[in-house]
Every structure is written in structure tokens, then in C-alpha cells.
Design a protein around this ligand. Structure first.
Ligand code: ACO
Length: 327
């Protein structure tokens, strides 16, 4: 039997503070009703100054390691998917490596926006299929609240902070990761961007004045592209595994908008109960959304052995991808 990457443990961590739609009504010209009906979001968690990306990531990792029964010093590799690192250098993965005391682990970050966790999972899968004894920690962690213009109602209602983690290893078993597919289209990058604070447009009063430190999104265009890309990558995964829509027991998609999730479910012919939804509690947490959802489903006992799970994500770049698993 060939080697498959299996999940030994999952974990998640959310900041302490909750920001409800009602709270947002006091800051910008919006309403709880608009946000709920257009996005499905009821509330989101917002990190304080001490709750850095690496802090959230480390806390989620501790929970995943606990469940896995794996010691930090036994980890071989740490991969963190994020677009909101504490700083450009060192990486969040190195900060986590140090905080955990994962002395023998290699560590690096992956930046693929909301698809980042699936990109990171795919990389981990390749390492593990090369050496099944490897123990790999894959984290998705974001503090997007720092990249939001709180006066822009078209974006500030959408995003939240948080982190999710998984501990992986290899096994000669008929379960685990079955397929991975990754895609991108950089020609559409301008539709969803943070223009400033990189080396092309470093911090200057002019850049800050233009608001280029914040997320800018052509929401309607992104919506259409997201539905199309998610549907196509889902069919690609089904075909690769010889599955039909009926073979999918649980769809865990990146949580960007409940209307995207519903449309995707319709197009794949999946009933509502097969689509995992938690966007109402967390908003869009970018690379953290899928590992948070996985942990929630796992701890609720939804992820029973043999379950066919399809993970799909779409985000800025554009990037999109899928991972199909048998639990
Ligand atoms: N409150 C009240 N009204 C609002 C708000 C708000 N928060 N935001 C926008 N509106 C208004 C607009 O101004 C517009 O008014 P107008 O008709 O008078 O001009 C109206 O509501 C409709 O605006 P749209 O932008 O067309 O609203 P839409 O239904 O498309 O919803 C949304 C916007 C939620 C952003 C949606 O387009 C969406 O979810 N897009 C995809 C997001 C996504 O998938 N992102 C990818 C991942 S994120 C990442 O990679 C970081």
C-alpha cells in the first residue's frame, strides 16, 4: 500500500475579543441585517496588541500537538501559511519554532492568501510521501484586522483574526490525503490587493495617505471568480479520485461568504448538511479558515473514520486549490 499523509491532531485558537455586527454599526454606515444577508457573518474575533500572529499560531499548534500526542522536539518541519506575518523576518514559522522549542524542525512561511493553508498542506504532503516518518506541523494564521481600513464598509465587515493547526505524519494506510491541486492567475491580482508596505511601496506618508496599507477588493468581481474557480477545482479533485458529488461526505471550503458556499454546494449537487459552515462566528480568517473549520469539525466528532472530505480554497493572487482526504 502506498504512503498517505494522515492527520494526527488539530487545534485552533481565536483572540479573546469579539466584534459583532452591532459593534460595527457604531463605526461605519452598515447594518447587522446587510452583513448577515450579504455575507453570513454575525461576528468576528479581533486580536489585541499582544495577540500577534505568531502567538495565535503557537497557541493553535500547542492544541494540535496535544491532541496528536506529539512533542515539539519531535517535529521535523513547521510550515505557516499567512499573509499577515509579525514582520518580514524572521518568519512566523521560526517564531513558532522558538516558542515551542521544536529544536530539530525546519521552518518556513507560505504566502498564498486565503488558499495558503491548502498550499502548505500540499507541500507537507510531498515531504511526508518522501519520508513517512516525518512529523510536520502545518498552521494557517492571520491577523487581518491590522490590514483593514476600519472606515471602508465594503471590506471592514468581512475579515477576522485567528489560527488553526494540524500535525501530520505518514502511514501505509488506506486513508489520509488522496489528492492535491493548486492553481493561480496573477493577471487578476489587482482585484484583491494590499498595494503598500512591501518593498515596491514602502511606508511613506504618501503611501499611508493613499491607504495602500489596507486591503482593497472589487467584491463583486472577486465573488464571481471565486465561485467559478472553486467549482472547477472541486470537479478536478472529484475526477482525480474517481468520485462523483455523492462520494463527498463533507465539503470544507474557505469561509469567505455564505452565498459562495451555498452556490458551490448547489453546483456540486451537495445537500446543505454536507457543507461545513462557521463563517457566522469568525468571518473571513483567510489562511486560518480551513484549519479552524477542520479542528471544529474534528472536536465535534463529525470527522469519523472513512469520511470523504473535500477541502477547497480561493484567495488573492488569485490563488485557488483543493485537497481531498479520507479521514
Ligand atoms: N453595509 C452596507 N452596505 C454595503 C456594505 C456594508 N458593509 N458594503 C457594501 N455595501 C453596499 C455597496 O456600497 C453597494 O451599494 P450601491 O448599490 O448603492 O452601490 C451595495 O451594498 C452592493 O455592493 P456589492 O459590492 O455589489 O455587494 P455584494 O453583494 O457583491 O457583496 C461582498 C459584497 C460581500 C464583498 C461580496 O462581493 C463578496 O463576498 N465577494 C467575495 C469575497 C471573497 O471571496 N474574497 C476572496 C477571499 S479574501 C482574501 O483572499 C484575502
Amino acid at each position: 500500500m502506498s504512503i498517505h499523509t494522515i492527520v494526527l491532531g488539530t487545534g485552533a485558537y481565536l483572540p479573546k475579543s469579539v466584534l459583532t455586527n452591532k459593534d460595527l454599526e457604531k463605526c461605519v454606515n452598515t447594518s447587522d441585517e446587510w452583513i448577515r444577508t450579504r455575507t453570513g457573518i454575525h461576528q468576528r474575533y479581533i486580536a489585541n496588541e499582544k495577540e500577534t500572529n505568531s502567538y495565535l499560531a503557537t497557541q493553535s499548534a500547542r492544541r494540535a500537538l496535544d491532541m496528536a500526542g506529539v512533542q515539539p522536539q519531535d517535529l521535523d518541519l513547521i510550515i505557516v501559511a499567512t499573509m499577515t506575518p509579525d514582520m518580514p523576518m524572521p518568519s512566523v514559522a521560526c517564531l513558532v519554532q522558538n516558542a515551542l522549542g521544536a529544536k530539530k524542525a525546519g521552518a518556513f512561511d507560505v504566502q498564498a492568501t486565503c488558499s495558503g493553508f491548502l498550499y502548505a498542506l500540499s507541500i507537507a504532503d510531498k515531504f511526508i510521501r518522501d519520508n513517512r516518518r516525518m512529523k510536520v506541523l502545518v498552521i494557517g494564521s492571520e491577523v487581518l484586522s491590522r490590514r483593514i481600513n476600519w472606515e471602508d464598509r465594503t471590506t471592514c465587515v468581512l475579515f477576522g483574526d485567528g489560527a488553526g493547526a494540524t500535525v501530520l505524519t505518514g502511514a501505509r494506510e488506506d486513508r489520509g490525503i488522496l489528492s492535491t491541486h493548486l492553481h493561480s492567475d496573477g493577471s487578476l491580482g489587482d482585484l484583491l490587493t494590499i498595494r503598500g508596505l512591501g518593498t515596491a511601496h514602502p511606508v511613506t506618508p504618501e503611501i499611508l495617505e493613499r491607504g495602500w496599507q489596507y486591503i482593497e477588493m472589487q467584491g463583486r468581481e472577486v465573488f464571481k471568480c471565486a465561485v467559478k474557480a472553486l467549482e472547477s477545482v472541486a470537479w478536478e479533485a472529484l475526477e482525480a479520485n474517481g468520485w462523483t458529488g455523492d462520494d463527498v461526505d463533507l465539503l470544507i471550503s474557505h469561509q469567505a461568504n455564505i452565498r459562495i458556499l451555498n452556490l458551490l454546494g448547489e453546483r456540486l449537487g451537495l445537500p446543505r448538511e454536507k457543507i461545513f459552515i462557521n463563517i457566522h462566528k469568525y468571518g473571513n480568517t483567510s489562511a486560518a479558515s480551513i484549519p479552524i473549520a477542520l479542528d471544529e469539525a474534528n472536536r465535534k466528532g463529525i470527522l469519523i473514520p472513512g469520511l470523504h472530505i473535500l477541502l477547497v480554497a480561493f484567495g488573492g493572487g488569485f490563488t485557488w486549490g483543493s485537497v481531498a482526504m479520507r479521514w
